[in-house]
Design a protein around this ligand. Structure first.
Ligand SMILES: C=C(O[C@@H]1C=C(C(=O)O)C=C[C@H]1O)C(=O)O
Length: 363
């Protein structure tokens, strides 16, 4: 028997998916599953069956035998089960063991050949498949994976934001890109979006804050790794928590309503939103004026045979704008991104001026 997990997402927020990073033994999996079920807060059991590891030689999962343990855990706890699939034979085994949700991992989503192989293996089934973001922040690649599944007739599809690989670990193991996740949700509004704080954080201490942020950004579910004894876990031990720690984490989350229907709240919101609309108008007008002024500078430069790009002037603008932005409560990260895009637009406008005048242009 399979649970319609997509329906579950329509009834509850957040849907909680939890279980060990890897199924290591029958005893480890069943005891973790039972404690998770006893919390009454977990909806779906997860476990890694085949583990795609960065380097060979580390624990690569038990393989198909662990699917038998998962099936047993499902019978004993009543929890639907989920597992990662990365190739044709995984899909075949998962279907055979009544896995309720399969997910495609970040390392697989990056490879259209692998995704297509999985989609072909699923053709003609009513499987539920969640797709993790690819390792690199490429929304087209993530979208392409969804399209391949849809092309194979799969209709029960969900998304998982697990963060993005980076050259240097700063705070997170995998940098969250919330805007990208929000954009993906906009593209596929009917698909549940799950956040995977465990892979974003790589460290259990950050899980609470990231889970809360995910809920505040309207994510529909959380996938959090748990282990009966994380200290002896064979993979990713720093990011796993015991079922009782998970229970506490979930109790401490504030689940805010997404509804804006209450009349007095609606009124307050409308007033503030109309103020935002007016400010946006002003900003656009000012930006338009700025670009027109830049075009005038373009004409002057063209007449004098001067290059568009003026690094010294631009450095001066960055320096003073970062200070002024700070005074107005704007972060350095925002100011840098904003200035970069303004500069590019300004250069584009001057390029057009120079193009029309028939002189050299910069890209
Ligand atoms: C507008 C100019 O051209 C470029 C665009 C700038 C801007 O938009 O502020 C600044 C320096 C130049 O790279 C300029 O030279 O002042």
């Amino acid at each position: 028997m399979k649970t319609n997990v997509i329906e579950l997402f329509k009834q509850k927020r957040p849907v909680v998916i939890s279980g060990p990073c890897s199924a290591e033994s029958e005893e480890q999996l069943l005891s973790t599953a039972k404690e998770l079920a006893d919390t009454g807060k977990v909806d779906i059991l997860r476990a890694g069956i085949w583990k795609p590891r960065t380097r060979p030689g580390s624990f690569e999962g038990v393989g198909v035998e662990a699917l038998g343990w998962m099936k047993k855990a499902k019978e004993e706890t009543g929890l639907p089960i989920s597992a990662e699939v990365a190739k044709f034979s995984h899909v075949f085994d998962a279907l055979k063991h009544d896995v309720d949700v399969m997910w495609i991992g970040a390392r697989t989503t990056v490879n259209p050949f692998s995704v297509q192989e999985i989609a072909d293996a699923l053709r003609g089934t009513d499987a539920t498949v969640f797709v993790k973001n690819p390792l690199n922040p490429d929304i087209q690649l993530w979208t392409g994976a969804i399209e391949r599944l849809q092309g194979a007739g799969i209709t029960k599809i969900g998304l998982i934001h697990r963060g993005f690989a980076q050259h240097q670990k700063v705070k997170y193991r995998n940098e969250p890109k919330w805007q990208l996740a929000v954009e993906m949700k906009r593209r596929f509004p009917d698909m549940p979006m799950v956040c995977d704080p465990s892979h974003i954080c790589g460290n259990r201490d950050l899980l609470q804050a990231v889970s809360q942020k995910a809920l505040d950004l309207n994510m529909d579910g959380l996938m959090i790794e748990s282990h009966i004894n994380p200290e002896v876990a064979l993979s990713d031990k720093d990011q796993q928590v015991t079922p009782s720690v998970l229970d506490q984490l979930l109790s401490d989350l504030v689940v805010r309503s997404t509804s804006v229907e209450d009349a007095s709240f609606r009124e307050k919101l409308d007033v503030l939103r109309s103020r935002i609309d007016m400010i946006d108008e002003d900003i656009m007008k000012l930006l338009g004026d700025r670009m027109k002024t830049s075009e005038e500078i373009g004409h002057v430069k063209n007449d004098e045979g001067i290059t568009i790009l003026q690094p010294n002037r631009w450095e001066e603008i960055i320096e003073k704008s970062l200070v002024k932005g700070g005074i107005h409560g704007l972060s350095e990260k925002f100011m840098k991104a904003y200035l970069k895009i303004i500069h590019q637009e300004s250069i584009d406008h001057q390029n057009i001026v120079m193009n029309k005048a028939g002189n050299n242009v910069v890209k």
